[in-house]
Ligand binder design. Structure first.
Ligand code: 5GP
Ligand code: ZN
Length: 116
């Protein structure tokens, strides 16, 4: 996977539209196109890394940026009082579909034992 044929790199580049909710110098957050909860936002590093393991190995500070952005999204979406979930699907068994690392931020309703 190169950045030129990566869906989320295209969103970063502005070549594919997305409903952006938060942006920093190093991260971008936008609403999931197929929401699995009342609030479902994806938080990505602007730089391409395939999954959270690759990101943590290559640039742990950037991983921290993604976590901080996910927490900022949770606050901005009003999720802090009732709680929320952050998850990274990683690899085949987890059903990862887009191989540009993304944190799912889920909330706004009871989530059950596991979702997304
Ligand atoms: P994964 O299964 O890789 O953890 O999650 C990929 C997520 O990306 C899915 O929840 C899916 O709905 C979302 N998604 C796929 N294509 C697009 C798109 O073009 N735009 C947006 N905003 N979300 C997308
Ligand atoms: Zn990418």
């Amino acid at each position: 996977m190169t950045t030129t044929d990566c869906l989320f790199c295209k969103i970063v580049a502005g070549d594919i539209p997305a409903t952006k909710v938060h942006e920093t110098e190093t991260t971008l957050a936008f609403r999931d196109i197929g929401p699995k909860a009342a609030v479902h936002v994806l938080v990505i590093p602007k730089a391409h890394h395939a999954d959270v393991a690759a990101l943590a190995a290559a640039d742990p500070a950037l991983g921290g940026d993604v976590l901080a952005a996910a927490a900022a999204v949770a606050e901005a979406e009003g999720l802090l009082d009732n709680g929320f979930r952050i998850l990274f699907n990683t690899g085949r068994y987890a059903g990862q579909e887009v191989f540009h690392v993304h944190a799912h931020v889920l909330g706004g309703e009871p989530l059950g034992p596991m979702i997304a």
